[in-house]
Design a protein around this ligand. Structure first.
Ligand code: C5P
Length: 222
């Protein structure tokens, strides 16, 4: 049977997860959040006091650790060595650690394998940084979602404060800029728009407008 794959890439805070989750619901696809997998690994390294700069220790630990996903009421849960850590991976120190360790091939290899495997079995919309370029090079639709760094920082700030987390807009914006720089300039699978991806700048768009645009692009092509 034919399975459909939609790839969504873009910088931090572009709205990828919100948009992809909503498109998944409309198409009855499974939403796969790959950032959550990198975050779960990062949490594991933080808990074990393995510094991001220690490539050998990170690589060894990445090979031993077990990261999987499951679904609860349609919401993706990320499981680290049998423990559901979904509620523990959104803090800024986990974001920074995820970006710092995602540069290493052993970390990526393991998670990319899990991602390819998921996408080969069912209709998925998957978001991340290297989905259109590396994980799903033959995706039926590729979207590169972006927005200005100010708009992205403001959205992230609102998302965190709504959850009651203490944060500063200025710190969030500098974190985002630093993380994007690292994600776009790393050696392995850097964040970039795939040649056949459609660029969608969401700076001046509402969530429903972006969702409709993606649905329209999908139906045009499939
Ligand atoms: O998307 P999210 O902000 O949750 O991702 C956290 C970090 O994980 C990113 O900054 C990036 O370094 C890394 N990542 C990646 N490849 C992916 C998804 C996330 O390198 N496909």
């Amino acid at each position: 049977k034919k399975v459909y794959n939609i790839a969504v890439d873009g910088p931090a805070g572009a709205g990828k997860s919100t948009i992809a989750r909503s498109v998944a619901e409309k198409l009855n696809f499974v939403y796969v959040d790959t950032g959550a997998m990198y975050r779960a690994m990062a949490l594991h390294f933080l808990r074990n006091g393995i510094p991001a700069a220690d490539e050998a220790a990170i690589s060894k630990s990445a090979e031993e650790v077990d990261v999987t996903i499951s679904y609860e009421n349609g919401m993706q849960q990320v499981i680290l060595n049998g423990e559901n850590v979904s509620g523990l991976i959104r803090r800024p120190e986990v974001s920074s650690m995820a970006s710092a360790v995602s540069i290493y091939m052993p970390v990526r290899r393991k998670l990319v394998e899990l991602q390819k495997n998921l996408a080969s079995k069912e209709n998925v919309i998957m978001d991340g940084r290297d989905i259109g370029t590396c994980v799903l090079p033959h995706a039926d639709l590729k979207i590169y979602l972006t927005a200005s760094s100010q708009v992205r920082a403001k959205r992230r700030y609102e998302e965190l404060t709504a959850k009651g987390e203490e944060c500063s807009l200025k710190n969030i914006e500098s974190d985002i800029i630093e993380r994007d720089y690292r994600d776009m300039n790393r050696e392995h699978s850097p964040l970039k728009q795939a040649e056949d991806a459609v660029l969608v700048d969401t700076s001046a768009m509402t969530i429903p407008q972006v969702v409709d645009r993606i649905l329209q692009l999908f139906y045009e092509r499939n």
